[in-house]
Design a protein around this ligand. Structure first.
Ligand code: FE
Length: 137
């Protein structure tokens, strides 16, 4: 995968202030306030920064957390992880593997078949239904 690298200034010009705060400064949107926590369209959720496809709607589920939740990324290469010890907790941070955008965290309390809960900020995603099935599924 070819990395996307931009300066802080370039990211600021491309993103809204809130998108910048979450994706480039490890921010978090408030639960139940994001554009996708209750979104049910058929399609793919891309990285808001670089456009990489990250999650498909068929793997989205209602975790009750107030953030978009998925049990699996599009593939095993598109989402990177690293340990996050901020805020007095040890969590596993998720990042876009292509541009290092902060996405959210992954927790081991998700549904089958993976048992994982990718808890992702709406502000890190851009929904794309252009490759969807028109809502027939
Ligand atoms: Fe990205």
């Amino acid at each position: 995968m070819e990395k996307v690298r931009k300066s802080e200034q370039q990211w600021r010009e491309q993103l809204s202030p809130e998108e910048y705060r979450v994706t480039r400064e490890q921010g978090t949107e408030r639960a139940f306030t994001g554009r996708y926590w209750d979104h049910k369209g058929k399609g793919v959720y891309r990285c808001v920064c670089c456009g990489e496809p990250l999650f498909e709607s068929v793997t989205k589920y209602d975790s009750g957390s107030g953030w978009p939740s998925f049990w699996q990324p599009v593939n095993e290469d598109c989402v990177a992880i690293r340990q996050d010890s901020s805020h007095g907790m040890v969590r596993t941070e998720t990042l876009c593997a292509r541009c290092d955008a902060h996405l959210g965290h992954v927790f081991p309390d998700g549904p089958a078949p993976t048992g994982l809960r990718y808890c992702i900020n709406s502000l890190s995603l851009r929904f794309d239904d252009s490759a969807g099935d028109g809502g027939k599924a």
